[in-house]
Design a protein around this ligand. Structure first.
Ligand code: ZN
Length: 258
């Protein structure tokens, strides 16, 4: 009995994945931690313990003191540009290629799901992949933004001299409507919502498991630390995200249902 406990959740989750006709993954910072990106909600390592997010990462801060905003974000973006996906991202690519995963909805702005090769990614908090002029809407890829900085360290539009802002959702900003609507519709029609590396506390993703459950679907959670949905989850895994997902993939491919 005791011996089976360690592998049972992976097998149960694999069976759910194999039986589901629509599985949607919902990912948060925890899936990117093995890539070396710190989870800002983790006590002790979180970057918001050293800096007040409202002072640097809000839309007010961006407009009020763009030089300070960029002094925080510029090195961070440069570091993120070189980060690679990890095997947890790869498991979701495998599931999608095998027809077992409909889409990935992510809170992460690090673009690692796309880099890994997932085709359908919905980024509900935007992405560092591009930056846009707040005046005329002109857009640049992350790799081009470095060429837009003036002597004060502010990214300036080459067309109209307006302020260029990364296409990530800052504190105090509205969420991207189309992405949210797509995420909600996917969650509501999913047989299985596979939540990975998210505390499920930040809206809008905090409300997605509820949509799945209300429509008769199941929720599975692969996340270290508590979430508001732990009691209603069909499967709950809380180990190393790479090991947990690898175990699920292995069990899924070896299952007779696969
Ligand atoms: Zn412009």
């Amino acid at each position: 009995m005791e011996g089976q406990v360690a592998t049972a959740p992976a097998e149960r989750l694999a069976r759910l994945v194999n039986e589901s006709s629509s599985t949607v993954a919902l990912t948060g910072a925890g899936i990117s931690v093995p890539s070396g990106i710190p989870d800002f909600r983790t006590p002790g390592t979180g970057m918001w313990e050293k800096v007040n997010p409202l002072e640097v990462a809000s839309i007010e801060a961006f407009h009020g003191d763009p030089a300070r905003f960029w002094s925080f974000y510029r090195p961070r973006f440069a570091a993120l540009a070189d980060v690679d996906p990890n095997p947890a991202h790869d498991v979701l690519v495998e599931l999608e290629r095998g027809g077992l995963l409909e889409a990935v909805v992510t809170q992460n702005v690090d673009r690692l799901h796309r880099k890994a090769g997932t085709e359908r990614v919905i980024e509900v908090h935007g992405s560092i992949d591009s930056a846009s002029c707040t005046s005329c809407g002109a857009s640049w890829k992350l790799e081009q933004v470095e060429g837009l900085f003036d002597d004060d360290g502010v990214a300036v539009c080459q067309c109209c001299l307006g302020l260029v802002k990364p296409d990530v959702v800052l504190f105090g900003e509205l969420l991207p409507e189309a992405a949210i609507a797509e995420a909600q519709s996917l969650a509501a029609s999913a047989d299985l919502l596979l939540c990975i590396g998210s505390s499920l506390e930040v809206h809008p993703v905090a409300g997605l498991p509820e949509l799945t459950i209300a429509a008769g679907g199941e929720v599975a959670i692969v996340t270290q630390g508590p979430t508001p949905y732990d009691d209603v989850a069909a499967v709950r895994m809380s180990g190393d995200v790479v090991e947990d997902l690898a175990a699920v993939l292995a069990a899924s491919s070896s299952s007779p249902d696969a």
